[in-house]
Write a protein that binds this ligand. Structure first.
Ligand SMILES: [Zn+2]
Length: 254
């Protein structure tokens, strides 16, 4: 028995499915659900993406098989809202890409769950939920930006400049020094002056436990800056074309 969330579902032969589940106990696993596409199967809805609950497994020759499921949350409200649903699919794809079998993915599973709940809640915009999810996911994977001290002199005051390329904050004195020493290699765009509120928000997202993450709002100006930073940051450090993101970008163009 494992607790987890279905990330992907693939139809196999006439009546079966192959699914990936992000589990508390074993990281990301692949499992077969025999008969799960039969209309009266107990596993029909349980093996759809977003389904969260307990899955009873038995080990076959080369993979797991799901025999039973007890679903606590299907996230059905997501299906009612196209934008939120695609954002949710992006989170699943992100987790699928980052998570591994037999590694501890408890924090990612928690983040996924809380972020989907926040998408369902009218209190939070999808744009805010996405930026929070992306930054926290990077931090959980040990690839988050360094936000609490200048990356050059370790000073904790006057943290004004953010560098995507260098992955964190810098004080004005160090930015000046770096410009002097590497005049030709450093472009002005390497360091961007960011709002204090944006830095606070990023520090909060990185340091707050996942359970308490969705408890704040941002002004439009700060949210836009955070979105820009995360776009550049993921572009630099993830380098993976998420299919769901292409669809989201197309939807946003409308
Ligand atoms: Zn410094």
């Amino acid at each position: 028995m494992v607790t987890g969330m279905v990330l992907t579902t693939m139809p196999i032969s006439e009546y079966d499915k192959r699914i990936t589940i992000l589990t508390k106990e074993r990281g990301k696993i692949t499992a077969f659900a025999r008969g799960a596409r039969r209309p009266n199967s107990q596993l029909l809805a349980a093996t759809n993406p977003f389904s969260f609950g307990e899955f009873e497994l038995f080990e076959g020759k080369s993979s797991y098989n799901v025999s039973k499921a007890n679903i606590h949350n299907y996230f059905r409200d997501l299906a009612m809202d196209v934008d939120a649903a695609y954002m949710g699919f992006y989170f699943l794809e992100f987790a699928e890409y980052f998570c591994q079998e037999n590694s501890d993915e408890k924090e990612m599973l928690k983040l996924l769950y809380q972020s989907l709940r926040a998408l369902e809640s009218p209190a939070f915009s999808n744009r805010l939920v996405r930026a929070v999810f992306e930054l926290k996911a990077m931090a959980i994977n040990g690839e988050g930006p360094s936000m609490f001290a200048c990356m050059h002199c370790r000073k904790t005051e006057e943290l004004i400049y953010f560098s995507v390329k260098r992955g964190g904050m810098f004080c004005p004195a160090c930015v000046k020094k770096i410009h002097k020493f590497h005049e030709r290699e450093v472009s002005v765009r390497d360091f961007m002056k960011i709002h204090e509120s944006t830095r606070y928000a990023m520090q909060y997202i990185i340091s707050t436990p996942v359970e308490k993450l969705f408890s704040f709002q941002l002004s439009e100006e700060v949210l836009e800056e955070l979105q820009k930073i995360m776009r550049d940051y993921l572009h630099t450090y993830v380098r993976h074309g998420f299919k769901s993101l292409q669809i989201i970008d197309e939807l946003m163009l409308k």
